[in-house]
Ligand binder design. Sequence first.
Ligand SMILES: [Zn+2]
Length: 302
Amino acid sequence: MRWLVQAQAVVVIALLGLVSSACTSGLDERRSISLGSTTRGRIFGGKRLAYSGPGYRQPARWRARERRYGTGELVNLIRNVAARLHRVDRGSVLAVADMSRRGGGYVSSHRSHASGRDADLVFFQTDLQGRPVLAEQMVSFNKTGASRAGLELRFDDRRNWNLIRALLVAPEAQVQYVFVDENIKTRLLAHAVARGEDPQLVARASDVLRFAGRRAPHDDHFHVRIYCSSRDRVLGCKDFGAEWDWRKKKLQPLVAKKWKPGPPLPTAPTLAPPLVAERVTPEPPSVEPDESRSGPRPSALP
Ligand SMILES: [Zn+2]
């Protein structure tokens, strides 16, 4: 396998010269190439996400890890989606966790994240009064939207749905999966329906939001994976898993330029209070048993 990647690398490096000489400065993503699969691939000419920008930041614990590289498509997707959300909702500040290493390849504590097409995004959280809280850590939430650890935090249905929505309609890249806990998925879809979202959009969200198994529950963050761009596919980028039948269809009808996030919906009356009233010591950085080492591989999912 390794020799194959290396052989492809030689070809790609040769092609890179052609590509970069042919592209204009405004099309940075053309300079990056995702090669191979998300579990064994590499990135050539990967782009680095700045530590912070309009509507997003990388919390300190992840900055030290220097896993903030991705293809141009992925970096632009995160940056632009965060900025769009922030423009219509100042309380929307996305916390970005691990992406890929410079050049890609194996990333400890992750099964994938090798080829610049995966990013972990921390859930939006609120305090118990519904005010946005800047995420410094990943917090696990249960199906009622309460913190499993008893922190005085709640899963922010509205902003988390807005994020999924924005990812689905973004022109920068096509999202293949957003790995997430099934209870969280249920919450998000219920919120979208209650909000009166386009059924076509809700159906796409239902396809993309994916439970990766109990060993990788993803109940404290979204793991976003984008497809290979059509150009990268030709050069050796490999997609595995679902090819949604709507993938090639234009999202234009769903991209409302003047979209507004709308007011928060009333909180469900069945929500349980947190078990502990005060904050507990933050846990160490989430070491993602990403899609599990022994369980089914995300790339093998249907
Ligand atoms: Zn991940």
